[in-house]
Design a protein around this ligand. Structure first.
Ligand code: XMP
Length: 523
């Protein structure tokens, strides 16, 4: 992506850092997140056209509060790179440039009115008071020499400061959050008008560059192996690779026996008839299900499935070698940007909740080189790229499905009978969501098989049958989620249909837990 004009976002641990990056990209400008303490050499190497300092949970007076990269201010002055500090980023600038930061008498949190004062290139001409999103305990109480306060909040504290000659700007509120009215306009003013950046980040240019980069990396002879999961990311990666290297791409779809109803047929059909991309299906369900027999621990299930996928890749590689006379040198991975963002103090996760990320999920001695054509993109950008590549819209807007499939939706040990029941229940639930127009309001929906039997009554007889749970959530990235309030009549109809048509199920429950405290999947 080196051809694009770049904006660097320095991360001080704000929950909104990724959002800033996405907003900048929405303006058609390429942006990248780096840790707040990155070396100045790295910044110099990337030569950004502007730098944005994120917010963060620290106080500049904390003992180990994050600081600007060493020699950042000297670099900024020498190169005249425009800088915008947001929230903690503004306080950091104020303190580093000789101003003062103090504990705010009233902690500002939530929507606040902001009043521009004087003329600033950040705000549209003649702008009046507007609503902005605040979230801070400290505030700038004295602007550094040469700076002017260009907006105040309703409580009178500094909401924006600037030194246009030095090209340094600060905002106490969050322009990246939609609650800030006109926030995107403020970011655009900073990037386009004040920093002189010309938007050049769009799907056509990304596509062209990626095709070029893949061709250079793969060279004229090598073969490429791509394992499709049935999900959006691997499908978009495959179509992109196919465009770049043609029939030197060999796509495989591994059926691990843990797929949804008719999933294998649906995926194969779409690739063959709509994308005209040949895919070989490897039915390895016997092997996976044998190894999973009697396994109840969720992490053990994931580890077994992960290891067996590698086995399947090896088998696929051998079959390519038989066909073309040599082993494939490359393996395609659908890794996305949120998985690879260079870690920073605010983004260090101390605990593994579930071992399910692509990054680091492959063994160190893997004999393929990886190609990760989506590693610079967010999920919504992947969907857009897919659209540009002609991937059908109904496929792009599918709910996510986990790699270990139904294995993590059958609580306890996995049997063919349970898989069969769960497939039928899931199919009734998902097709009802589609026919009732609810599917696209939901981020992810599925059924879960529970390891309990309860008493029921059907006809005139007593039953002692299985319980299934239904789950539907809204989310933007799967990191947090809210349970979706499905209408009662819908639940009643689906429950009826399940109990009447799926043998072995006599009770249906609906999961009303958000994430946190639960996770989206039950295992
Ligand atoms: P959780 O359950 O962690 O799920 O709240 C968040 C999102 O990740 C998906 N998920 C997985 N995806 N392999 C995957 O490829 C996995 O092992 C896995 N576990 C969870 C889940 O479906 C949800 O979209």
């Amino acid at each position: 992506m080196s051809k694009h004009q770049l904006v660097v976002i320095l991360d001080y641990g704000s929950q909104y850092t990724q959002l800033i990056t996405r907003r900048v990209r929405e303006l058609g400008i390429y942006s990248k997140i780096l840790p707040g303490d990155v070396s100045i050499a790295r910044i110099e190497e990337l030569a950004p056209k502007a730098v944005i300092l994120s917010g963060g949970p620290s106080s500049v007076y904390d003992e180990d509060a994050p600081v600007l990269p060493k020699r950042f201010l000297e670099y900024q002055k020498a190169k005249q790179v425009p800088v915008l500090g947001i929230c903690y980023g503004m306080q950091l600038l104020a303190q580093s440039l000789g101003g003062k930061v103090k504990k705010a008498p009233v902690r500002e949190y939530g929507r606040m009115e902001v009043m521009p004062a004087g003329i600033s290139g950040l705000f549209p001409k003649g702008s009046s008071a507007f609503q902005a999103w605040m979230s801070h305990g400290d505030e700038t109480s004295e602007a550094p020499a040469g700076f002017e306060v260009v907006a105040r909040s309703q409580s009178g504290s500094f909401a924006a400061m600037e030194n246009p000659n030095q090209k340094i700007y600060g905002l106490q509120f969050h322009p990246e959050v939609t609650h800030t009215v006109g926030g995107i306009q403020i970011l655009e003013n900073f990037l386009v008008n004040l920093s002189g950046i010309k938007p050049d980040w769009n799907m056509e240019s990304i596509l062209e560059e990626q095709v070029q980069a893949i061709r250079e990396k793969v060279g004229p002879k090598a073969a490429v192996l791509c394992a499709l999961s049935g999900g959006v990311d691997s499908a978009v990666a495959a179509v992109l690779l196919h465009k770049a290297v043609g029939d030197r791409l060999h796509c495989f779809f591994v059926d691990h026996g843990l797929l949804r109803h008719k999933e294998q047929e649906r995926v194969m059909e779409m690739f063959r008839t709509q994308l005209h991309l040949p895919v070989t299906c490897l039915d390895h369900s016997e092997r996976f299900l044998k190894l999973l027999e009697g396994v109840t621990d969720p992490e053990k299930k994931r580890k077994i499935i992960g290891a067996e996928f590698i086995q399947s890749f090896e088998i696929a590689a051998e079959s390519i070698a038989e066909k073309v006379g040599h082993l494939p040198e490359f393996l395609v991975q659908g890794t996305l940007y949120p998985d690879v963002i260079e870690s920073s103090p605010g983004h260090k996760h101390s605990m593994t909740i579930k071992s399910h990320h692509n990054v680091g999920g492959l063994p160190a001695n893997l004999r393929f080189q990886l190609i990760e054509p989506l590693r610079e993109l967010f999920k919504d950008e992947v969907r857009e790229l897919g659209k540009t590549l002609g991937v059908p819209q109904d496929f792009l807007s599918r709910h996510p499905f986990p790699g270990p499939g139904l294995a993590v939706r059958i609580i306890g040990d996995i049997t063919r009978e349970k898989l069969d029941i769960l497939r039928q229940v899931d199919e009734i639930f998902i097709s009802s969501l589609k026919t009732s127009g609810l599917y696209h309001q939901i981020w992810q929906a599925f059924a879960v098989f529970l390891p309990v039997r309860t008493v029921g009554v059907q006809g005139d007889g007593r039953t002692h049958d299985h319980v299934v749970a239904l789950r539907a959530v809204t989310s933007s990235d799967g990191m947090t989620a809210d349970w979706f309030p499905l209408p009662y009549p819908f639940l009643a109809e689906v429950s009826n249909q399940i109990c009447n048509s799926v043998r072995g199920v006599s009770r249906v429950v609906y999961d009303v837990t958000s994430k946190p405290p639960a996770t989206i999947e039950w295992e």
